[in-house]
Design a protein around this ligand. Structure first.
Ligand code: ATP
Length: 325
C-alpha cells in the first residue's frame, strides 16, 4: 500500500489549494497522492459530514499506463492509441455499512491495496462507481472526501519537526489538551510525556527516533485528532516487539471504534472480528462472509486462513494472539 500511496507526483493537479490539501490529508496519513488526471469537478458536491457508507458498484480498474501518465499532462490522452495495462479489478461489488469493519484478504497481487485506494480517489475507476456517503467520489469535493477518510498504512511518516507540529497536520487548530487526549487514545502519551521536551521534541533522522510501533501510534494519534468517519487501514505485517504490538492493537481498537473501517487484514484477530470479510482473488471478490462461515465453506479463505492467518506471520489462534478489545 505504501508503494501505492507513493510520493507526491501529481501536484500539478492540486495546484488550487496545495497547502490545505496537504494539511488535511496528503501529508498526514502517508503521503496520499492523487493519481494522474484526478481533478475536482466544477460542480462537485460535499460528501455529507459523518458519512460512513462505502459502496463499490461493479468496479473495474486498470492502472494508467506509463504512456497515459505522460500524455495526461499534455491533455492529449483521448485521441491517441495506447497500450492498455492489464485489468486489476474486474467487477468488484460490495457495500460497507456505517460503523462496520470490513476485512480485505487475498493472495498477494489480488487487488486489495488497489481497492482501498479507490475510496479516497487516489485513482478513478475504469468502469463502475465508488460511492462514499452516497456520493460518487468523482462528483465529490476533494476536501470533503479527505475530511471523511483517514488512512493508516504500515510505514507511518513523521516529518522532521516537533511532535506537536506532526500532530497539527491532522487538525491545525488542535490545542495541547486535544493532542494529549489523542496521544493517550493512541497509547503513546506516557512516552511523549517522558521526553525532555514533551510535545516540542523534534522527531526524525536528526531528532528523536521513534520505533516502528511508536511511529504507528503517533499516526493513530493523528487519526484520532482528525476524527474521520471512515478509516482505511493497512495492517502491519512486520513484527513489532510484543509490547509495542499490544499497544498498537489497543490504539487501533480506540481509533476504529464507532467508525467505518476497511482493513487490509493481516491479523487473525481482525478477520475474526470483521463484520464482513471480502476475499479477493485476481481482481474479483470470490468469497464473502464472516470468518466461521468462510472457514467452514472450505474455499480460498479457508486455505488463506491455514497459510496466512493461523500460521506464519500471525501466531496460532488463542496462543499469544493479541486480540483487539
Ligand atoms: P499485496 O498483498 O502483495 O500488497 P494486493 O492484493 O494489495 O497485493 P495490489 O497491490 O492492489 O494487490 O496489486 C494488484 C495488481 O496491480 C498487481 O498485479 C500489481 O502488480 C498491480 N499494480 C499495483 N500497483 C500498480 C501500479 N502503480 N501500476 C501498475 N500496476 C500496479
Amino acid at each position: 500500500l505504501t508503494r501505492l500511496y507513493g510520493p507526491l507526483t501529481a501536484l500539478s493537479n492540486v495546484r488550487v489549494d496545495v497547502m490545505s490539501a496537504l494539511v488535511s490529508f496528503d501529508r498526514v496519513f502517508e503521503v496520499l497522492d492523487l493519481g494522474p488526471g484526478i481533478e475536482e469537478k466544477p460542480d462537485a458536491v460535499d460528501v455529507p459530514a459523518g458519512s460512513g457508507r462505502i459502496e463499490f458498484r461493479d468496479v473495474h480498474f486498470r492502472y494508467p499506463s506509463a504512456a497515459e501518465v505522460s500524455l495526461a499532462t499534455l491533455e492529449d490522452v483521448v485521441t491517441l492509441d495506447r497500450t492498455e495495462s492489464a485489468p486489476v479489478l474486474k467487477g468488484v461489488d460490495f457495500t460497507v455499512e456505517p460503523g462496520q469493519m470490513v476485512a480485505l484478504v487475498g493472495p498477494s497481487g489480488a487487488g486489495k491495496s488497489t481497492t482501498s485506494m479507490l475510496v479516497p480517489r487516489v485513482y478513478d475507476v475504469t468502469e463502475g462507481a465508488v460511492l462514499v456517503g452516497g456520493v460518487d467520489v468523482r462528483d465529490a469535493t476533494l476536501a470533503s472526501l479527505r475530511d471523511t477518510i483517514g488512512v493508516v498504512t504500515q510505514d507511518s511518516h513523521l516529518f522532521h519537526e516537533s511532535i506537536a507540529e506532526n500532530l497539527r497536520y491532522a487538525r491545525p487548530g488542535a490545542t495541547e489538551e486535544d493532542m494529549w487526549a489523542a496521544l493517550r487514545g493512541a497509547q503513546v502519551a506516557d512516552l511523549v510525556a517522558g521526553l525532555p521536551d514533551g510535545l516540542d521534541t523534534l522527531v526524525g533522522d536528526r531528532g528523536y527516533r521513534f520505533s516502528g510501533g511508536e511511529k504507528q501510534r503517533i499516526a493513530i494519534a493523528r487519526l484520532l485528532l482528525k476524527h474521520p468517519s471512515i478509516v482505511i487501514l493497512d495492517e502491519a505485517t512486520a513484527h513489532l516487539d510484543s509490547e509495542s504490538e499490544a499497544a498498537v492493537q489497543r490504539a487501533l481498537a480506540t481509533a476504529l471504534q464507532g467508525r467505518t473501517a476497511l482493513v487490509i487484514a493481516h491479523r487473525l484477530s481482525t478477520v475474526r472480528d470483521a463484520d464482513l470479510i471480502l476475499v479477493l482473488d485476481e481482481g474479483r471478490v470470490v468469497e464473502r462472509g464472516r470468518h466461521d462461515e468462510l472457514v467452514a465453506a472450505g474455499g480460498l479463505y479457508s486455505e488463506l486462513y491455514r497459510t496466512q492467518f493461523a500460521v506464519g506471520s500471525a501466531p496460532p489462534a488463542g496462543d499469544g494472539e493479541i486480540e483487539v478489545v
